[in-house]
Design a protein around this ligand. Structure first.
Ligand code: ADP
Length: 189
């Protein structure tokens, strides 16, 4: 099995590169952001709880996120592997993921980090806000999401570095160029 964590700040291109990786390697996608937006659209209790948190750019509580992953990963034993996108976003989530995978006899093979500077992130997210109308892509929320990333999420990189699993790539360039940097690492695992 090939289990990948795709890591990086908001706007670094995780969603775009996930699609390419899934297509090429046949992995199953776990995007907690997509899961939460689906809950929101279906107006579930969970979705209603998450709405105001997401609009502010804060993190949804760890227990909710871990519960969502646990529910979906169980019964996926025949998958070729998983790609985690936007998760884990806290060290507590990373620890819970290790525990869950361990129970299933699996582990993370690599964390691929997309490295993009702050101004480029803001430019990309503002552009996406104009094109797709995602309500959290406005300047105030974007700046808070980047702050939350720096405070709460960037330590997750150290967690995987400690396991010798972190590999960073330059996230600036064409979609194809960035994909070939990522696949170069995956193919050499
Ligand atoms: P982006 O990476 O562009 O910020 P996502 O779609 O991954 O967007 O996430 C959107 C929002 O959903 C986050 O700002 C956060 O409120 C919530 N969210 C997504 N994944 C998680 C997670 N693993 N833990 C906590 N909150 C999350």
């Amino acid at each position: 099995m090939l289990n990948i964590v795709l890591f990086g700040p908001p706007g670094s291109g995780k969603g775009t590169q996930s699609e390419k990786i899934i297509e090429h390697y046949g992995l199953t996608h776990f995007s907690t952001g997509d899961m939460l937006r689906a809950e929101l659209a279906a107006e579930t209790e969970l979705g209603l709880r998450a709405k105001s948190i997401m609009e502010k750019g804060e993190l949804v509580p760890d227990d909710i996120i871990i519960g969502m992953i646990r529910k979906r990963i169980t019964g996926q034993k025949d998958a070729r592997g998983f790609i985690f996108d936007g998760f884990p976003r806290t060290v507590a989530q990373a620890e819970a993921l290790d525990k869950l995978l361990d129970e299933l006899g699996m582990q993370i093979n690599v964390m691929l980090g997309l490295e993009v500077d702050r101004q480029e992130l803001i430019d990309r997210l503002l552009k996406r806000g104009n094109e797709q109308g995602r309500s959290d892509d406005n300047l105030e929320t974007i700046e808070n999401r980047i702050r939350v990333y720096e405070d709460q999420t960037s330590p997750v990189m150290g967690y995987y570095q400690g396991q010798g699993k972190y590999r960073g790539v330059d996230g600036i360039g064409s979609i194809e160029d960035i994909f070939s940097r990522l696949s170069g690492i995956i193919d050499n695992l």
